[in-house]
Design a protein around this ligand. Sequence first.
Ligand code: 0PR
Length: 376
Amino acid sequence: MNQKGCPEHKVMALLSNAMRKDTTYEKVLSAMCTRPHPVAVKAHMQFIESNMGDFGLFQGTKELEEKVIKMMGEMLGDKNACGYITTGGTESNIQALRTARNLCNKEHPNVVVPASAHFSFDKIADLLRIEIRKAALDSEFKVDMESAEALIDDNTIALVGIAGSTEFGQIDPVDKLAELALSNNLFLHVDAAFGGFVIPFLGRKYDFDFSVKGVTSITADPHKMGMSTIPAGGLLFREEACLLPLEIDTPYLTIRKQHSLTGTRSGGAVAAAYAIMMHLGMEGYREIVGRCMKMTCRLVEGAKELGVEPLIDPVMNIVALDVPELDEVRKQLRAKGWTTSITRSPRAMRLIIMPHLREDVLELFISDLGAILKKI
Ligand code: 0PR
């Protein structure tokens, strides 16, 4: 740090220089985050001073958080669900499995997750000293139930299902996982970090949330398809008792106990999630998801016209395309400003159709992809 401070306009110029190196979302097809809605940004700014780590000081923000959790509970099949706004899917997944671990008293606990699980579960293995067992996927990239069942033993404490897998946007058979969980007396966590704000707004009904008996906890993130600001994840439990194993005494705060993983926690993100859910309502989200799905269908149609097939018919706004010469095509797309991603197994081009994508920009992508494939 310099001894002498720098005038504001110079600091702002430094920031602008840094920002120029950041990618704007326009041609980003690899992100699960998007430009937050202006209403969420406004709310975040208004509550910028609020710290949910000591919510006794910020009772108003705390009330907003309770309202967000209630709205999310209603959206996810249980209006009485409890929980809190986390920093994102990673914290929600960690905390859900920390609860599961603390509720069981096993020396060598293990958790069965689908092979499609997000890498946050590998962090969990390391942090919580839980063995993460990966069940095989079926031909549609859903968890294979026989494989999941075969991995359960006396030390299994939980099963995990994914509703909106990171790479394929696929939904595991949560109803079947719930049967398995109930018959083995296991905790069932559903990672709907992405799908939580998508599936309720698709035209078709999927069994993935608290409406399925046996689902214990759900991750669903306002900062992904919820259009809220970062950092806003959601962790919901069906039973209040599930929060107890997370509680820590906080004797010198205005509150007695804390159950979040982080101490200091953004009240701005809580206000933003509240504001955007109130502003959009179910109808607003339905419209946003509907538009993303329409563009997703158009992308698949455009790809097929180029002779490129999707690995599965997209369930939500995530597409995996079986593109030939994948690395070279992605490199050439990158040179034209496009950011794409990959799936691991099989390797394919992974594209996420977020609300920041415009219809005309999508057409440009399809035509750029076509031109590159023609030359290859
Ligand atoms: N669970 C699932 C199913 C996810 O897809 C993700 C993140 C998480 C948990 C973890 O969530 P947090 O990142 O909020 O902790 N999926 C994306 C990924 O890691 C997140 C992402 C977001 C990636 C923005 C890129 C990006 O630009 O691939």
